[in-house]
Design a binder for this molecule. Sequence first.
Ligand SMILES: [Zn+2]
Length: 268
Amino acid sequence: MTEQTIVDTHAHLHDREFENDFQDVLTRATQVGVARIVLIGEDVANSLAAVAKAKAHPDVCWASVGLHPHRAKDFAPGVVEELAGLATSHSQVVAIGEIGLDFHYDFATPDEQLPAFRAQVELAHELKLPVVVHCREAYDVALAILKDYAARAPSAPWGVMHCFFGTLDQAKAFYDMGLLLGIGGSVTFKKAEGVHEVVREMPIEAMVLETDAPYMAPVPYRGKRNEPCYLPKVIQRIAELKNLSAEEVASATTRNARRLFRWDSWAF
Ligand SMILES: [Zn+2]
């Protein structure tokens, strides 16, 4: 492996699946060039766990805090206050998320998800932080809400559509309004033709890398626990689809992640 600097913009390494070998997972990640990992919160307690891990590993880990659409039943005004408290008292919190809409599963109804999503977009605006958006079978609704916000959002990029599975037209619409696309293990799946088309057609400036570990392991690890050291498989597939070198994919997506999370002082 040649020298490259990779950012995993979306991982859940603070979850139970990694409690026994977290340090080994980090070591394997840094060995393949993963320099920064953003740990993504799913509710208040889980966001707090992400922040704690980031503080314990400040050289590699950052955190994002939010209430996942699956947990929207837990939404209450107090949740936003607690997330705001976490975000403002810890400098390693670089985003609000994951937030969003998921109409595929019914852990929470759309009526429960919409206010939680809107309130957390407002929180991001208030705190001048980018949003990490989870979206499943709700792209057009999410598009409308985010379009509304785009007019007063900070300079682009001001968010990421994590694990993007939408159409090429939707990808263009999100990118045009200032959002990036999170590309992970699914790009290596043979049947993920929609993702292949998006990666082929969209500029590399629109993309950031992510694992969503422990989920979405790339081929040939599909079905196993995912971890950041598998990201070179994702890079390789993006490079093939876009006729770029792996180094070009790594450096461009790292540059994009740096802009997304406002890591202005990071020279890599
Ligand atoms: Zn996630």
